[in-house]
Design a protein around this ligand. Structure first.
Ligand code: NDP
Ligand code: DXP
Ligand code: MN
Length: 384
């Protein structure tokens, strides 16, 4: 029985992780969870899975739930999130929280020797060097949950990693893949949230539409697989059937395919190196899919991807700025304060004014993250 600490249990990945746990009750048990504001969903998970430890965002919610569930230990806030991650009984942490708030719980869990099944890509973007250094020091595996990275991880099993020529990440193109930049000027939040292939949380769906999701994934791949940026490529593949590929020096390319269902990579991270059946999942029938399409990335159309490569290559604190500015700008877009194209303008402005510091420690990362957020918020306030 693998005992799981699940951060972000009420989210899209969180709830699919709960599904996987419920489908394999002889294999997995949820012992600790964190949630944010969604207390109704938290209640359902507590009733269905009986975790022993629950952290929520706000103290009032903690107080209310503690009365309802006296046998559960509750906590709240950032400290609570960390406590959920390091819960003693947990054998593995699934980090499905949203944003760079996931960094410290990850680092603390690694320090206690807990393997990390990582969906929370912002953690690797903002401080990949700290996470990978800690993982090496404490000999802890970081198991990718993100579909592209899970695909690459699967393609690399049993392969000679010294012989990798390049990683090829596939990108669906998101909600606006067929629109010109001119047409992007008037797009709405509702349109942006309509991803063609995946049902995901709001922030990543917007990231997918700006192509920042792929940018974050390029930096995530850099840290997970240790290849230089000129060996990481992105190809447009609108069907999201090939989840990513690895090319080797002998020109062979290995790809991982599947229907777009995040429960598969979540489950693989939990069962690795073994596999289990995935009940109720749609099997891939290539004749139903028909043609698969691929095209080269246009970096002037998808500017956020170019920003991410630039931030990654500059290194140091620049990816922290990229990520923090993006998180704030996407929130502002979702709240109706800025237009779609202003997301990328704000990220570009935040990056342009930043002087990179190399090899930042955790407190520098936190300062730079906060400063970039405050700067983007000030841009938004000025507009208002
Ligand atoms: N959704 C997907 O298919 C994929 C997601 N990912 C990555 O996984 C991560 C989660 O994405 P997704 O599930 O879509 O996101 P959601 O927005 O659906 O869920 C986010 C979760 O994090 C919680 N949360 C948000 N902010 C805070 C905070 N400040 N403190 C504590 N908890 C918080 C939310 O709580 P609550 O809702 O209770 O407020 C919720 O449980 C992201 O990094 C994303 O990029 C990667 C690949 C695919
Ligand atoms: C499911 C998943 O991993 C997402 O990151 C997904 O890949 C988004 O797709 P695009 O960013 O390619 O639109
Ligand atoms: Mn992905």
């Amino acid at each position: 029985m693998k005992k799981i600490a699940l951060l972000g249990a009420t989210g899209s990945i969180g709830q699919q992780t709960v599904d996987v746990v419920n489908m394999h009750q002889n294999e997995f048990q949820l012992v600790s969870i964190s949630v944010g504001r969604n207390i109704n969903e938290a209640r359902k998970i507590i009733k269905a899975c009986s975790p022993r430890f629950v952290s929520v965002l706000h103290k009032e919610d903690r107080d209310m739930l503690q009365l309802e569930f006296p046998h559960v230990t509750f906590a709240y806030g950032h400290e609570g999130l960390i406590e959920a991650a390091i819960y003693e009984e947990a054998d593995i942490v699934v980090n499905a929280v949203l944003g760079s708030v996931g960094l410290e719980p990850t680092l603390e869990a690694i320090k206690r020797g807990k393997p990390i099944a990582l969906a929370n890509k912002e953690t690797l973007v903002t401080a990949g060097h700290l996470v990978m250094e800690a993982a090496r020091k404490y000999n802890v595996p970081i198991l990718p949950v993100d579909s592209e990275h899970s695909a690459i991880y699967q393609c690399l099993q049993g392969q000679d990693e010294k012989a990798i020529e390049r990683l090829i990440l596939t990108a669906s193109g998101g909600s606006f893949r067929d629109k010109t930049r001119k047409q992007l000027e008037g797009v709405t939040v509702k349109e942006a949230l309509n991803h063609p292939n995946w049902s995901m949380g709001a922030k990543i769906t917007i990231d997918s539409a700006t192509m920042m999701n792929k940018g974050l994934e390029v930096i995530e791949a850099y840290w997970l697989f240790g290849l230089p940026y000129d060996k990481i490529e992105v190809v447009l593949h609108k069907e999201s059937i090939i989840h990513s590929m690895v090319e080797f020096q002998d020109t062979s390319v290995i790809a991982q395919l599947g229907t777009p269902d995040m429960r598969a990579p979540i489950q693989y991270a939990l069962t690795y190196p073994n596999r289990l059946e995935l009940p109720n999942a749609k099997r891939l029938q290539l004749w139903e899919v028909g043609k698969l399409h691929f095209s080269q990335m246009d970096y002037s159309r998808f500017r956020c991807l170019a920003f991410a490569f630039e931030a990654g290559k500059q290194g140091g604190t620049m990816p922290t700025v990229l990520n923090a500015a993006n998180e704030e700008a996407v929130t502002a877009f979702l709240d109706g304060h800025i237009s779609f194209l202003q997301i990328e303008n704000m990220i570009e402005t935040a990056m342009n004014r930043h002087d990179v510091m190399q090899n930042p420690c955790l407190s520098t990362i936190k300062e730079v993250d906060l400063e970039a957020r405050q700067f983007v918020r000030s841009l938004i306030t000025k507009r208002g």
